[in-house]
Design a protein around this ligand. Structure first.
Ligand SMILES: [Zn+2]
Ligand SMILES: [Zn+2]
Length: 272
C-alpha cells in the first residue's frame, strides 16, 4: 500500500505561509494541492483490491474524488464511529465508546479550492510577477491560510482511510474492465460510471431482485445503412464530429447533426 505524506505537505505550506516571502506563496499553493491529493488517494487505497494502483495513478484529483463518492457516497460526510458491547445480537448495552472520527471535506469544497490554488500557479495576465500587487498577495496569503486551517482540521480526524462500504462490482461492456460502485449509490441514483477515465461509460442500473443488479449501458442505436447491423454508441460520446465504425462491415461514419426537441410539459400530457 502506498503511503502519502499529507502532513509533510501541509507543514511545508504552513511554514511558507507563516514566514515565507510573497514570492514563495506559489509553492505554498503547490504543497496544499499535494496535501488534498494525498488525502483523496489515501482514502482510495482502501479500494486497492478493486482498482489497480497503476489506474489510480492516472486519476486527476477531481476524477478521484468523483470515483470515491461512487464507491462510498458518504465519503464527504463527517461522522463519529462508536462501539458498544453487545451481550445479545443487535442489542448494545448503550456503553458507547468513540473509537474515531471521520472528518472529510465536501466535494464542492475540494473542487473549488483545488482549482483556486491551481489558478494561482499561473502567471497573472499583464504581469511579470506573482507578487506585483502587495494588496492582492496579502489577500491570497489569507485565503491560503484558511485552506491550511481546514486541512489541519480534516487531518486531525483519525479514521480518514477507513471504509465501511458495501460495493457492487460490474464488468464494463465498453472497455471490458471491472468497475465498482457502492450499493447505496445504485439505490439512490440508479446510475453508475465506469471508473476508467479513458472510458467513462455510463450505466442505468436496476435491481431485479434484492442484491441482483442489472447494468444497462446508456447508448444509442445507429443502424448501418450499408449492412443493416445495429451499432451501439455510448451516449456520453455522442457529439457532432464523433466517428464510429460499423462493427460488421467496418464502414466508417461520422455524426454530423443531432436533434433535441422539446415541448411544454403540459402539452405533452394532453397529447399523451
Ligand atoms: Zn469502461
Ligand atoms: Zn455495416
Amino acid at each position: 500500500m502506498t503511503t502519502y505524506d499529507k502532513w509533510s505537505c501541509l507543514e511545508r505550506a504552513q511554514s511558507i505561509l507563516s514566514k515565507g516571502g510573497v514570492s514563495l506563496l506559489r509553492y505554498a499553493c503547490l504543497e496544499l494541492r499535494f496535501c488534498m491529493e494525498a488525502i483523496t488517494y489515501e482514502k482510495l487505497n482502501a479500494y486497492s483490491g478493486y482498482v489497480p494502483t497503476k489506474v489510480f495513478k492516472k486519476w486527476q484529483p477531481n476524477h478521484a474524488l468523483k470515483m470515491l463518492l461512487q464507491f462510498e457516497p458518504h465519503a464527504d460526510e463527517e461522522f463519529s464511529l462508536c462501539i458498544s458491547p453487545e451481550p445479545e445480537l443487535a442489542k448494545p448495552t448503550g456503553n458507547w465508546t468513540t473509537i474515531g472520527e471521520h472528518r472529510a471535506f465536501k466535494l464542492s469544497w475540494l473542487n473549488k479550492n483545488y482549482n483556486r490554488l491551481g489558478s494561482y500557479l499561473h502567471m497573472p495576465q499583464n504581469s511579470n510577477s506573482f507578487d506585483e500587487d502587495v494588496e492582492d498577495s496579502s489577500k491570497i496569503r489569507k485565503e491560503l491560510q484558511e485552506i491550511a486551517t481546514e486541512l489541519v482540521r480534516i487531518l486531525d480526524g483519525d479514521i480518514s482511510s477507513m471504509t465501511l462500504a458495501t460495493r457492487v462490482q460490474f464488468k464494463c461492456q465498453a472497455c471490458d474492465q471491472i468497475s465498482v460502485v457502492h450499493e447505496s449509490v445504485l439505490r439512490e441514483t440508479h446510475h453508475a460510471t465506469c471508473i476508467y477515465p479513458e472510458c467513462g461509460a455510463e450505466y442505468h442500473v436496476i435491481e431485479e431482485d434484492r442484491g441482483n443488479w442489472q447494468f444497462k449501458m446508456k447508448a444509442i442505436c445507429f443502424k448501418c445503412p450499408n449492412c443493416g447491423t445495429n451499432n451501439w454508441l455510448e451516449s456520453h460520446k455522442l457529439d457532432i464530429g464523433t466517428k464510429f465504425k460499423c462493427r460488421s462491415c467496418a464502414e466508417m461514419y461520422q455524426i454530423i447533426s443531432g436533434e433535441w426537441r422539446y415541448e411544454q410539459e403540459s402539452k405533452i400530457k394532453t397529447i399523451s
